[in-house]
Unconditional design. Structure first.
Length: 284
C-alpha cells in the first residue's frame, strides 16, 4: 500500500515544498563531507505506523541514508522509545528531518487514535471512511488498518454506495435509484444503500443490497431496524454510521449490527509527538 504511485507523488510534493530552493542553513553551517547518526524517538506512547516511508523519502530525494528501524509496525511503544536510527551525510539528515516527521506524526497519530477506538470493542467490524486528508487517502487508510480498523471504499469506483443525495437527486426517489442500480450495476459488484428511516429500509430490502447502512439511527431504533433486516430471505450486512462514538459501540453491538463506519478515525486523530536528534558527529 505504501508503494502506491499516489504515495510517491505525495512524497515528491512534500520534498518540493521543503527543498525547492535547497536547504540553505545546512549548506552554510555543515561541511559537505560531514556525517552523522540520528535517532528518531517517540515523545509519547503511540502505535508505530509508516516506518517504510523513511526509505521511500530518502530514495525520492536521492539521499544515500542508512536506515535501521527498531520498532515493529503496529506495535505500541512508550515515550522515549527508539523508532529508527538513520546514518548519512549531516546535510542530508537535516533536510530529511521535517519531511520524515511530518509523515510519521500523522500516520502514527491516525494509527494510535484508531487503536484506542478499536481496543476492547464488542463484536463489531470498525470501518474507516473517505473522510481523509486530500492527497493522503492511501496513507490514512493504511494507518487506520494498522491501528486495527478495516478499510471501507478507497475510492468512488471501488463499490456502489447509494447515499442520501443520490436518492434525493433521482427523479423517482429511492425506488428509482435502486431499480437503476439493480439493472445497470456490473455483475458481481457489491452494493450498499444508506437509509435514514424504517420506511427507506423496507424499500431497500426489496432490492436485496449487499449492505444496508443505517444512517443516524437512534439507539432505541436500532434493534427494530436489525429485526426488520434479518426477517427476510435475503439478509444483507448491517452497517451503522453517523455519530458513532466509542461509548456507543456496546449498544450498537447489542442491537445485532455487524459493522460501524467511523469518520472520526481520520478527522479527529491528532498528530503524535516524534523527534529526531543527531547523536554523533564525524568528518570523513
Amino acid at each position: 500500500m505504501l508503494t502506491s504511485p499516489l504515495v510517491t507523488r505525495l512524497i515528491a510534493l512534500a520534498l518540493e515544498e521543503d527543498m525547492a530552493f535547497g536547504d540553505i542553513t545546512a549548506r552554510l553551517t555543515v561541511p559537505e563531507n560531514h556525517r552523522s547518526t540520528a535517532k528518531v524517538i517517540a515523545r509519547q506512547r503511540l502505535v508505530v505506523c509508516g516506518t517504510e516511508l523513511a526509505s521511500l523519502i530518502a530514495a525520492e530525494a536521492a539521499w544515500p541514508l542508512e536506515i535501521s528501524v527498531s520498532a515493529k509496525e503496529g506495535e505500541w511503544i512508550e515515550d522515549g522509545a527508539l523508532i529508527m536510527e538513520v546514518r548519512g551525510g549531516t546535510r542530508d539528515l537535516l533536510s530529511f528531518e521535517r519531511t520524515l516527521l511530518n509523515f510519521l506524526q500523522r500516520t502514527c497519530g491516525v494509527a494510535t487514535y484508531t487503536r484506542n477506538f478499536c481496543e476492547d470493542k464488542p463484536s463489531l467490524v470498525i470501518l474507516d471512511t473517505r473522510k481523509t486528508m486530500p492527497g493522503w487517502r492511501v496513507l490514512d487508510k493504511y494507518s487506520t488498518r494498522t491501528g486495527g480498523a478495516k478499510n471501507h471504499r478507497l475510492s468512488l469506483g471501488d463499490m456502489i454506495l447509494v447515499k442520501n443525495n443520490h436518492i434525493d437527486a433521482h427523479p423517482s426517489g429511492i425506488r428509482g435509484a435502486l431499480k437503476d442500480i439493480v439493472e445497470k450495476k456490473p455483475q458481481g459488484m457489491l452494493w450498499e444503500v444508506e437509509v435514514r428511516n424504517a420506511e427507506e429500509l423496507r424499500v431497500a430490502l426489496e432490492y436485496k443490497p449487499s449492505i444496508v447502512m443505517l444512517d443516524n439511527f437512534k439507539d432505541d431504533d436500532l434493534a427494530a431496524a436489525v429485526a426488520l433486516t434479518r426477517g427476510g430471505e435475503h439478509v444483507p450486512m448491517i452497517e451503522v454510521s453517523g455519530g458513532v462514538s466509542k461509548e456507543r459501540l456496546a449498544i450498537i453491538a447489542a442491537a445485532g449490527v455487524d459493522a460501524v463506519s467511523v469518520g472520526a478515525l481520520t478527522t479527529q486523530a491528532p498528530n503524535v509527538d516524534i523527534s529526531m536528534r543527531i547523536s554523533s558527529l564525524s568528518n570523513v
